[in-house]
Design a protein around this ligand. Structure first.
Ligand SMILES: [Zn+2]
Length: 151
């Protein structure tokens, strides 16, 4: 056992290397702020920058591809779902993208409406309400066409 080392030193250093703020590390690992500050200074990690917003993190970890689609280059869950760490929580990226585009929280499951299953572009995301709507419209058009005696 290392002498004098904090029991969570390795985890703290990992978080410092990942660029987390002292506060985020304190909350995530349930350790004292002084311990984190001390290790930051001892290992010469730069002072924590102000925390990024969810939107800033989204921009940071996406790359635009041809046609305005976006690839996620950040963290992923075990099932490969794109995720984003924010204030010690793991957020699913697609609902975040959806909210950026629509200004509201999605209803139900969010998935890309374009033909790329990997796409996280805000404009490409659809929620359950969007999909229900796009199922209804063709049906209504068929019904209208039937009333007009077409096909
Ligand atoms: Zn797309």
């Amino acid at each position: 056992m290392a002498t004098g080392a904090h029991p969570k030193e390795a985890e703290i250093l990992q978080c410092l290397a990942a660029g987390l703020s002292n506060r985020a590390i304190t909350e995530r690992l349930n350790v004292g702020a002084a311990t984190v500050a001390e290790l930051r200074a001892k290992h010469r990690f730069p002072a924590a920058r102000p925390a990024l917003t969810v939107q800033q993190k989204f921009v940071l970890y996406t790359r635009e591809t041809d046609g305005g689609h976006m690839v996620w280059i950040g963290e992923r869950a075990q099932d490969c779902t794109p995720i984003l760490s924010h204030r010690g929580r793991k957020l699913s990226v697609r609902p975040v993208a959806f909210e950026i585009e629509h200004g509201r929280r999605p209803t139900g499951y969010v998935k890309p409406a374009c033909r790329h299953p990997w796409c996280v572009a805000p404009a490409c995301q659809s929620d359950a309400a969007d999909r229900a709507l796009s199922r209804e419209i063709p049906g209504q058009l068929d019904a209208a066409a039937a009333l007009l005696g077409e096909n």
